[in-house]
Write a protein that binds this ligand. Sequence first.
Ligand code: IVH
Length: 668
Amino acid sequence: MTELLERVTGLRDELNKHNHRYYVLNEPSIPDAEYDRLFQSLLSLEKKHPELVSSDSPTQRVGAAPLEAFNQVTHKIPMLSLDNLFSADELSAFVTKVADKLSESSDLAFVAEPKFDGVAISLFYRDGKLEYAATRGDGETGEDVTQNIRTIYSIPLSLSGSSYPSELEVRGEVLMPKAVFHRLNEQAQALGEKPFVNPRNAASGSLRQLDSKTTANRRLHMFAYAIGYYDGGRVPDNHYDAMVALRGWGFAVNEHVEKLIGTAECESYRLMLTKLRPDLDYDIDGIVYKVNSFAQQDKLGFVSRAPRWAMAYKFPAEEAVTSLLGVEFQVGRTGALTPVARLEPVFVGGVTVSNATLHNVDEINRLDIRLGDSVVVHRAGDVIPKVVRVVAERRPKTATTIAIPTKCPICGSEVVSVDEEAAIRCSGALLCPAQLKESIKHFVSRKAMDIDGFGEKLVAQLVDKKLLNCVTDIYDLRVADLVLLDRMAEKSAEKLVSAIESSKKTTLPRFLFSLGIREVGEATARSLSAAYGDIAVISQLDEEEFLLVEDVGPIVAKNIHQFFSSTKNQEMIEGLLAAGIVWDKPAAVETAGTLAGRIMVITGTFGSYTRDELKQRLLGLGAKVSGSVSKKTDYLIAGDKAGSKLTKAQDLGIRVVFEPELDRFFDQ
Ligand code: IVH
């Protein structure tokens, strides 16, 4: 090899390695500027010596001339579809049926993986080089989209290692990550262009571009999920190992591909992924369960166009159309009026929905929504249902505009709008029974003063009967007052009074949180307490001093300052302290903390703690508790049924601490 060729190949290998680390492993290895420098060196060498350009060079992903039309490609093996199931019962019936057919015990091995909501693709490699790529089409014949596929950095142009068959078809799904989708739609909006409807449409449209430069700007991604045709070599004898092999050849294989035994594990995977779904950076519309062994797959065979050895569990649809019957304005703790849509009941996201939020008045204008309209309601996971758009073609002639209130619907006070906010607010403050009820509910809640037995209905009664006119009144409640209320026996009244009494011993962070200062959550309350440690000091600080506190920005600093500047609020705090609320001064160790600065992640379930208790204890020792495992994580605290986080932590070599070992943190 000439010295020149050696340099060119060396640069290519290095760039390919960085691409793989960045786009497949999600672990950037060098700064962008360094990557660009290497890329430019390769580009200029190739320019000077065009005879050295090869089709799998990283410089050759973009730049092909636009096409007139796509060619047709016949798949070497047809691309099939999957049968669907929709419930835990159907899943268990599938597992049993397959086990019966194979005359296996119920310990049959399956692999479960996300059902990606993108575009199916088939890639053909000859001697490790990408030869062509085709869409699914009608399953037999698809379109040749090779030029576009080459722009996707998570797809290797040449395979790694040497153990791959000389002819290899790889199947997978091309997606547009949600983050890219949102960014492109923001750009489209700024330019007055039409946005994409959803990431799947965006991915599909991007693959159908005749000019691959357009596709390159769409930042697509691909997850490989199967080997199709192969010849001239061997592949593993089961699906899970085939996925591992694909990973080794340089493909992105999803991190949530798991081997499972029997119905129970298939079901717990279903629950796990359903919960995880909103946090994923790509859309999935279900779970694919596949029999692991290829020999068993062959035994089971196919019915018409779908395999008997695989099934797609489909999540309940997240969008449905219904009609808008009315709009009510609810008054929140800080007086903000939230418009709530009253809907013709509709089944969406697995439940019947008859109310959905419209957020604020700006949103009503943005959606151009009217009473009587047909509207699309979205409900994902446990998130509050919302109205996302109007079906304009179905607007009835009788549709009427929504009246925006000028008076609070609860107390009749003026409604005010604050310039820089989308919200309109009731100006009645705690004279407004709605705001008072919400403030009390917040004050007594578990993470605030934690007064047991103080439910929503009780708060409503106490406010309506004027027994509570401010939070301080809680500490004047007597058994004799309480027994006069509906459904309040003497025993429960005594219990409540004793719960009120024991709530008096609290902590400074809880007390600060319970005050209900706008945008001061638990974390900010904790930071405030850690920084200044004394309510008398905190209540006298100026705005700049609040800005010094961790996580406090200008808006929050202003809110806190405004809160403490109000004489009424100062009186409330004095009243509460006079009623006997006390806390231990935050100990010095708590601020320094034996786990100060450590990043911990909690997963699974624990025998001796709820997850929240464990979190509070770790925070108390100065740790930072994060929701996801990354290279920065110091410890993963793993309980029972720890799933993908545990695998990831082990892969990354992060220290894992199990429940029995937790004492080593707490006994110090
Ligand atoms: S396996 C023989 N695995 O679902 C079955 N398909 O109806 C081969 N899909 O359009 C498919 N995620 O593109 C498989 N993890 C996954 C998948 C998946 C999404 C799509 C596939 C096809 C449809 C099958």
